[in-house]
Design a protein around this ligand. Structure first.
Ligand SMILES: Cc1cc2nc3c(=O)[nH]c(=O)nc-3n(C[C@H](O)[C@H](O)[C@H](O)COP(=O)(O)OP(=O)(O)OC[C@H]3O[C@@H](n4cnc5c(N)ncnc54)[C@H](O)[C@@H]3O)c2cc1C
Length: 388
């Protein structure tokens, strides 16, 4: 393999580039990214960066020395518009075509938006540019912020806005935020964090419309049950969709993500997918750790020309809200039972285990990082990547 093109210059793309070099690839490495920035870390965007406690320079995922060592051609600010010739040509917006022997698809995901006319003061949060725009909006002094969607990013934004002195309301269409991820009991504990910190949580109702003059600024959020929440700023956190549009007509199968096997390999052995865009082995995760772990596995298989290794790691994510670190690892089913192993939900500091047939399937911790990591390691021991 003489040329490998990584499409997507962010977390999974950078880790794939690192893996290519560390696994001995000495050929031409091209990294295409539609953002103008070198890879940066997204988790702080909803946390310390939004609060102004972390600067842009601290977000960089690689320093100048590492960038030089990678010896890659960076094509930034340029969107890949297509994948042609059975995955041997990456077509760029503007018409340039890159001939390549291998492709790593690492194009991540884009926030879903609400239908309706564009209004200023309405934000989504995925990129550094998004975070800068939101931060600038919030800097105008205390105001009314409505966060639509009570998932992890919505909750983190709510927490950061509250810390900045804003009057915050979170709107969640489900009876409780994070129900599918955590189950009713633990979702209830996490939902209570909002109230602990003076943030209103409105559940069980969707959004009918955003109010505001077309082309002007948002003034409120009209709920499906008829209530109107006045708002100076609205943040929409209603999930993402994987960035696969550019693959239309490529022959690469897409179904809520790039369909690939457990080794991140698509139907074409020289095209692999990693990170938020990858539906690997039947599931797609949107977690920092999966994006980094998948890269090494995918590159191993790409360089071998066949799936020799599978990514069987235990899904893991963390979230920081209201000074509480939430950590979750494992795969829970709605029928699993949950048991507090240590600490207490009332103190917002505990470790809980999800169980099925006497076996632990997942663990959740609030402010218990050390025992959590021990439990996570135990879950991981049973699920190491399989080499053959
Ligand atoms: C605000 C925020 C907070 C988060 N907090 C946490 C957390 O606390 N814990 C956790 O586990 N995870 C967290 N995550 C999730 C984590 O950041 C993602 O899982 C991770 O960024 C995925 O990396 P990726 O490289 O697959 O995708 P992305 O980071 O989305 O990168 C994909 C890149 O590809 C580019 N791209 C897209 N289409 C094209 C194209 N056609 N051509 C060229 N380039 C393209 C995109 O612009 C982007 O730069 C958070 C995410 C966000 C947004």
């Amino acid at each position: 393999m003489r040329t490998v093109t990584v499409v997507g210059a962010s977390l999974a793309g950078l880790y794939a580039a690192r893996a290519l070099r560390s696994q001995g690839f000495q050929g031409r490495l091209v990294i295409v990214g539609d953002e103008h920035h070198r890879p940066y870390d997204r988790p702080p965007l909803s946390k310390d960066f939004l609060k102004g406690e972390t600067g842009q320079e601290q977000l960089a995922l690689a320093d100048a020395e590492e960038i030089a060592e990678l010896d890659a051609e960076w094509v930034l600010g340029t969107r890949a518009a297509g994948l042609d010739d059975e995955g041997r040509t990456v077509r760029l917006a503007g018409g340039r075509a890159l001939a390549t022997d291998g492709v790593v698809i690492a194009t991540g995901a884009t926030p879903r938006r609400l239908p309706g006319p564009e209004l200023s003061g309405v934000h989504t949060l995925r990129t550094l540019d998004d975070a800068q725009a939101l931060r600038a909006d919030l800097a105008g002094g205390p105001g009314r912020v409505v966060v639509i969607g009570g998932g992890f990013i919505g909750a983190e934004v709510a927490s950061s806005c509250a810390a900045l002195g804003h009057d915050v309301t979170v709107v969640e269409a489900a009876p409780l935020p994070l129900l599918p991820q955590l189950g009713e009991e633990m979702a209830g504990v996490c939902a209570a964090l909002h109230g602990d910190h003076g943030v209103a949580l409105v559940t069980g109702t969707g959004v009918a419309a955003l109010r505001g003059e077309p082309g002007g600024r948002v003034t409120g959020v009209e709920l499906a049950d008829g209530r109107l929440l006045p708002a100076d700023t609205v943040v929409v956190g209603i999930g993402v969709r994987p960035n696969t549009d550019w693959l239309a007509g490529s022959g690469i199968a897409v179904a809520d993500g790039v369909v690939c096997d457990a080794g991140c390999v698509t139907a074409l052995p020289h095209v692999v997918a990693v990170g938020d865009v990858a539906r690997a082995g039947g599931s797609r995760t949107e977690h920092w750790t999966s994006a980094t772990e998948q890269a090494a596995v995918a590159v191993h298989n790409l360089l071998a020309g066949a799936t020799l290794m599978a990514h069987r790691a235990v899904p893991y994510f963390w979230s920081d809200q209201y000074g509480v670190r939430i950590q979750f690892a494992g795969r829970r089913l709605p029928t699993d039972t949950v048991r507090i192993v240590e600490g207490s939900p009332e103190d917002r500091s505990f470790l809980a285990a999800y169980e099925r047939d006497g076996r632990t399937t997942a663990v959740l911790a609030l402010n218990r990082p050390r025992p959590f990591m021990k439990q996570r390691r135990e879950l991981m021991r049973a699920a190491q990547p399989v080499a053959s």
